[in-house]
Design a binder for this molecule. Structure first.
Ligand code: CMP
Length: 149
């Protein structure tokens, strides 16, 4: 078990469908600690950097267009094994395989519009977090409970 940070991004459909609070509350109820959060509009350059590994794939152009089509909510969450915990909470990328009870299982119907992005590894999180947040936008706070973990 290791203390990790993960980058999360609610895609434009979440705001359009007024699901921000619902998704945020699932992340918080699980116990992950939010250390950065902002509503922002991302541009073509940032989307290319963020989804660099998908450039050239059949779904890329529409994914990029969709991601810049409205505001997104960018976040950093922290916790023990936060990357794996968060990916289980969200469910798999392929929404047809996402079980009810997961965020994608409950709210997503199209894989390209799959609601929420979460880093898939510690290496991805380290690359993605500084694309969206300056160091001073990340709050390193504690509720004191870490000493019992
Ligand atoms: P995300 O976790 O944001 O990371 C890459 C995104 O590409 C993914 O969520 C989906 O939105 C999209 N994606 C990945 N695979 C496919 C696919 N096979 N078809 C359509 N979109 C995809």
């Amino acid at each position: 078990m290791s203390r990790e940070r993960t980058f999360l991004m609610m895609k434009p459909g979440i705001l359009q469908r007024r699901l921000v609070g619902e998704v945020l509350s699932r992340i918080e109820r699980k116990g992950l600690k939010l250390i950065a959060l902002k509503l922002m509009r991302i541009d073509d350059e940032l989307v290319r950097k963020h989804y660099a590994e998908h450039i050239g794939k059949a779904f890329y152009e529409k994914l990029a267009e969709y991601t810049v089509s409205g505001p997104v909510v960018a976040m950093v969450a922290e916790g023990d094994d936060a990357i794996a915990v968060m990916r289980r909470l969200i469910g798999p990328t392929d929404v047809a395989a996402a079980l009810p009870g997961t965020i994608r299982g409950d709210f997503a119907f199209h894989t390209r519009l799959n609601i929420l992005h979460a880093s898939d590894s510690a290496t991805s999180a380290e690359r993605e977090i500084p694309l969206f947040f300056k160091a001073e936008e990340i709050q390193d706070w504690t509720d004191g409970n870490e000493r019992w973990f």
